[in-house]
Design a protein around this ligand. Structure first.
Ligand code: NAD
Length: 496
């Protein structure tokens, strides 16, 4: 490996104790239970490929019971004073903040990401509880006179009902809190189905929410190995009125089909293929720092990860050299070890996919400025990689890489770069670096994405509406909009 392989430290011992402390049952109606059929899921350490522990894996029968628990608690939770719901969420924020080091280490154990990324995730995840603690008491409706003048149009927001939340493995804490926070603030009760690769973080959060004062049944957590069947059963329960899904576009489409059968309110946060444009006048120091953040936050395993770098030909050599130098400095090793910048990918399939995309790009004429290989040691590692002169038909430009690989394509005219950036079915986020703010704003408006980072490599913020267009999703999470996704508007026509 061109990067330093860091040996793991005592982090593993403390991590193992944390893993052992997490309850391994299904969390239903405020208590822990085995799966009805006794099934379990093994949780793997991606740094060593060893089994850390196993947790209960829900069956369809468990799904029915969990929705029953959420339904039973819905009326009382919906009537609970917003101020009280707010205080509970605020307490959850405080507990996450107090336990940031333990939660971060737990994430690194099961997900593989570097501790610094896990700490950043817990901080970000906790902020959803704080933001929605504040929003819970600010859900205002409206009153207006009807145009005829003979009655009033009163509009208020009501909780949509029991919500099914399905989350991915790449941000096991933040993707859960980004849904649980607004759902609870709005007065909904939930069943969370976390990803099978990372169930421990969700189970730890369940315990934390109980400690924060969330009543029994308001939050239920069901890891499930047979996710398709279990999610389908959850969505088929009459009490369920909402599904909020974060994951791949392919699975999201199948969940939307199931939701259509029951006309469920649906929010979808799906895949991305973010373009990162470096214009001729960009401040290259800022552009490289932004590229590192946009590419390497979470080791490249982020829906917002910059996936295609379109760089003006006049600065492409300089940008490519500086970016590659920054990537080559990253220290690769177990995420939970001190001094590591880049951990392993989440599983073997992820590493194989990244490797194949890199091989395809190289075969079509790209050159590796740094990296390009998957080390043969245990653990799902891939080297931090910068590929230059990537051909327009390379597969890597057409799909999510989800790994530490940055393909660079050179452009001459900005219009061509915008056209290439938009030539994808995805539309989550894009990034632009330029010194000319007016040009930057015009480009931002021309890019077909739900979010744009203009001279910024990170856009995620609990107080902003996060989401995509095209095949990247439906609806928004975060900000005030995020809570409205868990409400229905009720219109009351009243004469007085
Ligand atoms: P995934 O689609 O494989 O899984 C997501 C969730 O769906 C998991 O809980 C999984 O167990 C469950 N699932 C799997 N098959 C299912 C089925 N047939 N029916 C119902 N549920 C099923 O995605 P992943 O690999 O866990 O996560 C990576 C993907 O998530 C990437 O595409 C990434 O871009 C996307 N993502 C998007 C956002 C966003 O906000 N737009 C954020 C994070 C991740």
């Amino acid at each position: 490996m061109s990067t330093e392989q860091v040996v793991r430290t005592e982090g593993i011992g403390r991590g193992a104790r944390l893993v052992d402390a997490v309850p391994t049952g299904l969390f239903v109606a405020g208590g822990w239970r085995e799966a009805s059929d006794g099934a379990t899921i093994d949780v793997i350490d991606p740094a060593t490929e060893a089994t850390l522990t196993s947790v209960a894996s829900a069956s369809e029968a468990d799904a029915v019971v969990a929705v029953g628990a959420a339904e039973a608690s819905l009326g009382e939770w919906g009537r609970t004073a917003p101020r009280r719901r707010s205080e509970i969420l605020r307490r959850a924020f405080d507990l996450m903040t107090e336990r940031i080091d333990d939660l971060a280490l737990l994430i690194s154990m099961e997900n593989g990401k570097a501790l610094a990324d896990s700490v950043a995730e817990v901080r970000y995840a906790a902020e959803f509880f704080r933001w929605y603690a504040e929003e819970a008491v600010r859900l205002s409706g409206s009153i207006q006179p009807a145009p005829s003048g003979d009655y009033r149009i009163v509009v208020e927001h009501q909780p949509v009902g029991v919500a099914v939340l399905v989350t991915p493995w790449n941000f096991p804490a933040a993707m859960a809190t980004r849904k649980i926070g607004p759902a609870l603030a709005a007065g909904c009760t939930v069943v969370l189905k976390p990803a099978s690769d990372t169930p421990l973080t969700a189970l730890a959060l369940a315990g934390l929410l109980r400690e924060a004062g969330v009543p029994d049944g308001v939050v239920n957590v069901l890891p499930a190995h047979r996710s398709g069947a279990v999610v389908r059963t959850l969505l088929d329960q009459p009490a369920v009125r909402k599904v909020s899904f974060t994951g791949s576009t392919e699975v999201g489409i199948s969940v939307l089909h199931a939701a259509a059968d029951r006309v469920l309110s649906s929010s979808m946060e799906l895949g991305g293929n973010a373009p990162f444009l470096v214009l001729a006048d960009a401040d290259l120091d800022a552009a490289v720092a932004g590229a590192m953040a946009a590419k390497m936050r979470n080791g490249g395993e982020a829906c917002t990860a910059a996936n295609r770098f379109y760089v003006h030909e006049s600065v492409a050599d300089e940008f490519g050299a500086r970016f590659a130098a920054a990537m080559a400095k990253l220290r690769v090793g177990p995420g939970y070890a001190d001094g590591v910048d880049l951990g392993p990918l989440v599983n073997a399939a992820a590493r194989t996919k990244v490797h194949q995309l890199v091989q395809d790009a190289l075969a079509r004429g790209a050159r590796a400025r740094t990296g390009g290989r998957a080390p043969e040691a245990a653990g799902y590692y891939f080297e931090p990689t910068v590929l230059d002169d990537v051909a327009g038909d390379a597969e890597i430009l057409g799909q999510e890489i989800f790994g530490p690989v940055a393909p660079i394509v050179r452009f001459t005219h900005l219009d061509e770069a915008i056209e290439s950036a938009n030539a994808t079915e995805f539309g989550l986020v894009s990034y632009i670096y330029t010194a000319d703010l007016a040009e930057g704003m015009r480009t931002a408006e021309a890019l077909q994405t739900g979010m744009v980072g203009l001279n910024r490599g990170v856009v995620s913020d609990p107080s902003a509406p996060f989401g995509g267009i095209k095949h990247s999703g439906l609806g928004r999470e975060g900000g005030h909009d995020g809570m409205l996704e868990y409400t229905e508007r009720k219109y009351i026509a009243t004469s007085w």
